[in-house]
Design a protein around this ligand. Structure first.
Ligand code: UD1
Length: 371
């Protein structure tokens, strides 16, 4: 039998554990053709930001842990680049899979591309057109280095074409990439979770709003942070709010504001496991979040989403009237919640495929190596 296709599945931050779990399952289903090596950069390292996702989502423990931890963008990216290159040199994989738009994504793609190892970018083609966000830089650069660009929507395919990245059917390289709408891998995971979720959660009585905030675009700007949290405090007078708090946000909120938030009745929680968070999403009336992943999960479970950012990469759900960007306008945030509690959007058309994207991606890679 020909040797197996060796795939490095590179993860580092919370949303990547979720996406990689689906990819891993699709690889395992074809274990006679593929060998998987999981590498964890260590960007997220707390038990509740990392380990719990591996156990709940059934991901094998990583063969390599790069232990890069927290740091400034350059330091974090540089450390991954250096340590991941060593892994690549010893493992000599056929493919490196990277996810989304984090510092782990760009560093992993760059290390691999420089060694001429083809990169598969899952969640390619997203753009916010906000170049102040580190994520926008990461996703753009990664797309331009990748051989397989697995887009979650047709819009993403089109945005890539606008940047001169168009589809080639064969002889794929970063100059002749394979660009395709595979649907959204997070839908694969959400559907799998719906079947397997055994976690019992003591949810608040309905109606309640689920709120998260973690983008440094919001947390590192005191005025934006204050405006958004003031709106949440005001909302607390009429509506129950649950707020699982990312460590970045916990560090950024000054003590007096944290006090006000808790006094308003807002239920502040530590970061939640994936299954627990999904239970909260399913019970919520509305989700308010700056997380791209949670925006979609809310949509999958037919919950309207309010986005405290000036824009979003996930424009489809705005076009169909199920999501709204409110920037840091507190009045707009509060009035949108009130409007949607009374009269929520009813139609959530299929925007993100059918939940079979990981199987499609693995099949495309397998076919490439069979040629
Ligand atoms: C990163 C990604 C972002 C993604 C998010 C998911 C980048 C540039 N950003 O943002 O795109 O949406 O992950 O959560 O890669 N921290 C802990 N414990 C942890 C992890 C982080 O305390 O386990 C603290 C760190 O000390 C750091 C802060 O949280 O100060 C931010 O962590 P970092 O990995 O830099 O970025 P995220 O904000 O999580």
């Amino acid at each position: 039998m020909a040797s197996k296709i060796k795939v490095i599945n590179l993860v580092g931050a919370r949303p990547q554990f979720i996406k990689a779990s689906a990819f891993s399952r699709a690889l395992n289903a074809r274990s006679s053709e593929f060998e998987e090596v999981i590498v964890h950069s260590g960007q997220h390292y707390d038990e509740n930001m990392s380990d719990v996702f591996f156990s709940e989502l059934g991901i094998d423990p990583p063969k390599y842990h790069l232990s890069i931890g927290s740091g400034k963008h350059g330091a974090q990216t540089g450390l991954i680049l250096k340590r991941f290159e060593e892994v690549l040199e010893s493992e000599k994989p056929d493919v490196v899979v990277v996810y989304g738009d984090t510092n782990t994504t760009i560093a992993g793609a760059l290390a691999a591309a420089k060694l001429n190892i083809p990169v598969a970018h899952v969640e390619a083609g997203l753009r916010s057109f906000n170049s102040e966000m580190p994520e926008e830089i990461n996703r753009k650069m990664t797309d331009h280095m990748s051989t397989w660009l697995f887009c979650p929507t047709d819009t993403a395919v089109k945005l890539l074409r606008d940047e001169g990245i168009s589809h080639h059917n064969k002889d794929n390289t970063p100059n002749r990439p394979y660009v395709v709408n595979t649907g959204d891998i997070m839908l694969d995971v959400a559907l799998w979770t719906s079947k397997t979720n055994q976690v019992k959660v003591d949810l608040p009585e309905k109606p309640y709003v689920l709120f998260t905030l973690h983008r440094n675009f919001n947390t590192d700007n005191p005025e934006r942070l204050r405006n958004i949290l003031d709106a949440i405090i005001e909302l607390g007078q009429t509506t129950k709010v649950v707020f699982p708090m990312h460590p970045r946000t916990a560090k950024a909120i000054p003590p007096n504001l944290m006090e006000e938030l808790k006094d308003s009745g807002c239920k502040v929680l530590d970061p939640l496991s994936y299954m627990t968070l999904m239970s909260y999403v399913k019970g919520a009336s509305i989700v308010i979040t700056d997380s791209g992943g949670l925006q979609k999960e809310a949509y999958f479970f037919e919950k309207p989403v309010i986005i405290p950012r000036p824009e979003t990469e996930w424009t489809g759900m705005i076009s169909v009237g199920c999501a709204k960007t409110v920037d840091d306008d507190g009045d707009l945030l509060v009035s949108t919640v009130q409007q949607w509690i009374e009269n929520p959007p009813k139609e959530f058309p299929e925007l993100y495929g059918k939940g079979e994207s990981a199987v499609t991606m693995v099949d495309i890679i397998a076919r490439h190596f069979k040629k």
